[in-house]
Design a protein around this ligand. Structure first.
Ligand code: TYM
Length: 336
């Protein structure tokens, strides 16, 4: 059975960028494939501590897992939910892979460059983040790792480290699919990057200060609708998907497609030839409001106990699989 795996950090309430770009696509794929694939959904809580955590990390972690259930994740024996820090093999494989990765390739990681820019000092965790992420993926022989576009470089790193390791020691790791195949598997035309509503050249991010630039999953739906209505567009006066010249309008089309679970091409075709941005905004605002209303109503029905119940079996499974893989790696290095 193939493995599909993903994680989302629990530093704060996610934006609809996280939700539409990564969480909801994962829920849809999980429901489609979990009959004959393993589906691993975990919270990388060790990745959370590279930066400030808003609130209590333990509670945030449980809440984050509830989002998947509220988003419609169907549970069966192939769906495994766990917390990274409860599976110590992740940290140990990270150390071992640190001895496989090179300073040169790690220094090229754009997330590290972005996150360290302008800081006087930067913790080593920020630099090493993609190696721990590689360990998260390789321990479970994951083929597909649904993620937003900002994380594609890390998938390439995971592929490179797995290939290098296998070359030296034999076929121990499954090499994850190429990013182009990941995108195809997600049923998309390209990687998803939901943009900042006020400054659509940038990705929507929880760390951006301006409230109107981002929609949080717990925003009141009416407030979210207003944010869409005040989104930056352009002066070209045609509704067209062109991320380069019309990032604001393109972002609205992308949100509309994901919020309604319809192919982007269909949304583009529906709006082709339209000139009134106000109409587009009205439509997207109502889609986002409906999405949030439904999501928030579902969220109220999911209890912490449901998540703890799933974690018990999920963490037992994860430790078994991860320890078996780690043992093979330890043997390869003559540690066992
Ligand atoms: P995190 O928490 O920073 O992001 C979680 C997911 O949300 C996606 N994302 C977006 N997608 C579209 N548009 C946006 N504006 C946007 N902002 C965020 C991210 O691409 C990501 O998919 N490093 C991972 C966590 C992780 C992980 C792993 C994931 C750690 N180990 C192993 C998969 C497999 C991350 O970025 O989390």
């Amino acid at each position: 059975m193939k493995t599909i795996l993903t994680g989302v950090r629990a530093n704060s309430v996610p934006t609809i960028g996280n939700y539409l770009g990564a969480m909801l696509p994962m829920v849809r794929l999980a429901n489609q494939y979990s009959k004959d694939s393993h589906v691993n959904i975990f919270v990388p809580d060790l990745h959370s501590i590279i930066s400030e955590v808003d609130g209590d990390l333990k509670a945030n972690t449980i809440r984050t897992l509830k989002y998947y259930l509220a988003g419609g994740l169907e549970i069966n024996e192939n769906v495994h939910i766990y917390r990274q820090s409860r599976v110590p093999a992740h940290s140990e494989l990270c150390w071992i892979l640190n001895c496989v990765a090179t300073m040169g390739e790690m220094s090229r990681m754009t997330q590290y460059k972005d996150k360290s820019e302008g800081r006087e000092s930067c913790n080593v965790g920020i630099f090493d983040y993609p190696v721990l992420m590689t360990a998260d993926i390789l321990l479970y022989d994951a083929t597909y790792v649904p993620l937003g576009e900002d994380q594609f470089q890390h998938i390439e790193l995971a592929r490179n480290l797995a290939t290098r390791f296998n070359h030296r020691f034999g076929e121990i790791f499954t090499v994850p699919a190429k990013t182009a195949d990941q995108v195809k598997f997600m049923g998309m035309d390209g990687g998803i990057r939901i943009r900042d509503l006020l400054n659509p050249e940038k990705k929507m991010s929880k760390s951006t200060k301006a409230e109107n630039s981002k929609i949080m999953l717990d925003d009141e739906p009416a407030k979210a609708g207003k944010k869409i209505m005040s989104a930056t567009t352009d002066s070209l006066g045609k509704v067209k998907f062109d991320m380069f010249n019309q990032p604001g309008v393109s972002n609205l089309l992308q949100i509309e497609a994901l919020a309604n679970d319809v192919p982007l091409q269909d949304v583009i075709a529906t709006w082709a030839g339209e000139t009134r941005y106000g109409d587009l905004k009205q439509k997207v605002a109502s889609s986002v409001m409906r999405l949030l209303e439904e999501f928030q109503a579902q969220m109220a029905k999911v209890s912490d106990e449901m998540v703890y119940g799933l974690l018990e079996s999920g963490e037992k499974y994860a430790n078994e699989v991860a320890n078996a893989k780690l043992y093979e790696v330890q043997k390869a290095f003559n540690l066992r």
